[in-house]
Ligand binder design. Structure first.
Ligand code: GLA
Length: 366
């Protein structure tokens, strides 16, 4: 859990921008809720390597250097992350790590980098096969761990295989070498209309990847609250995104201006029950349908079942579920709405939802 600069600041990141977001993470209570890793995405590096061939920060944006910034972030009690790419250039055509995996891993360790995201775009030699790329990602991970055994390794190996027969093998390879790997395209939260297809698209696309998720290795659906609220997403969109991410146990990396988050959005991101479901240690693997209503389930860390109901249809729909279908053995249960905080006693669950609407319940037998 943490923060990523990309959807809010793109390549406009500077030392003061990053420090302000880090300070806001602490003062807003997000850090105390678990969002502790501050990750610089693309755009931090100078346009060329330095005369010694080392990756260097852009001196105009980061006048005190990247190592200094890492120290400041650490002094706030936070962890520090950086971005690079597996080829010669990042997605923004800045220098990346091709042919420099060991050297850059050493540099990152010397700077005190706790988290490294490795993208898969830019400047790969013509004809690089998926097998070769997989091997490069594995090798880079080995280098990163050699120089810092505690590093968190995030990678994008599977992204370009989405929709191809090679996708599952890429996820499997990532799961063997990284702590998290992107299984979804960039959200690019440019319009509100895009929110629901993007968020709910994950349900169909990623559910069967649950065997790869577990403590220390996670399917990564991309960042949360991307550019919120400037993106035009509503609070309901954000809650839906967080609900899906929690059921799929995806890392939660906020990519917004924390100073601009309305109190309800901050509360949603800090919701302890939502975070507990996300961090429960497993991705949901059970799904049942009642008409247009889909119910996704996984054990809730407080006992019973966490259930996300989603209306996948185009109009209002109702679903009726027996408690036994939701993994509850008793005849009666309490259902706690993770977002409203309301608790209801019931002996079966009936939900009526508008198209695209979701409901996240913690159901516990008694
Ligand atoms: C790719 C990645 C994004 C972001 C950008 C930066 O598109 O998928 O998450 O890192 O590159 O250029």
């Amino acid at each position: 859990m943490g923060y990523n600069t990309w959807y809010q600041f793109r390549t406009g990141i500077t030392e003061s921008v990053v420090l302000r977001q880090a300070e806001l993470l602490v003062s807003s209570g997000l850090a105390a809720a678990g969002y502790t890793c501050v990750n610089l995405d693309d755009g931090w590096m100078a346009t060329e390597r330095d005369p010694n061939g080392e990756l260097a920060g852009d001196a105009a944006k980061f006048p005190h250097g990247i190592g200094w910034l890492a120290e400041q972030i650490h002094a706030l009690g936070l962890r520090f992350g950086l971005y690079t790419a597996i080829g010669t250039r990042t997605c923004q055509s800045l220098p990346a790590s091709w042919d420099h995996y060991d050297q850059d891993a050493r540099t990152f360790a010397a700077w005190g980098v706790d988290f490294v995201k490795v993208d898969d775009c830019g400047g790969l030699p013509q004809g690089t096969t998926v097998a070769a790329l997989t091997e490069h990602f594995r090798e880079f991970g080995d280098c990163l761990r050699r120089h810092n055994p505690r590093v968190v390794y995030s990678q994008e190996l599977p992204i370009h295989q989405i929709g191809k027969p090679s996708f599952r093998a890429a996820v499997q390879a990532s799961a063997q070498s990284a702590h998290m790997w992107r299984v979804a395209h960039d959200e690019n939260p440019l319009s509100r209309e895009y929110a629901y297809p993007m968020i709910l698209g994950h349900l169909a696309a990623d559910l069967d990847l649950h065997p790869f998720a577990g403590p220390g290795h996670w399917n990564d659906l991309d960042m949360v609250a991307p550019n919120f609220p400037a993106s035009g997403w509503t609070l309901a969109d954000l809650r839906t995104q967080l609900s899906v991410w929690a059921m799929e146990a995806s890392p939660l990396l906020i990519s917004a201006d924390i100073g601009a988050l309305p109190p309800e959005a901050l509360a949603a991101l800090k919701n302890p029950h939502l975070i507990a479901i996300d961090q429960s240690g497993e991705q949901c693997s059970t799904v049942i349908m009642q008409g247009d209503i889909e119910a996704l389930m996984k054990p809730d860390p407080d006992g019973g079942t966490a259930v996300l109901f989603v209306n996948l249809g185009t109009g209002e729909a109702t679903g009726h579920f027996a408690l036994s279908q939701l993994g509850i053995a008793s005849a009666r249960a309490s259902a706690h709405d993770v977002w409203t905080g309301e608790t209801t006693a019931l002996s079966a669950v009936s939900v009526t939802l508008a198209a695209g609407q979701t409901l996240l319940l913690h159901i516990k037998g008694h």
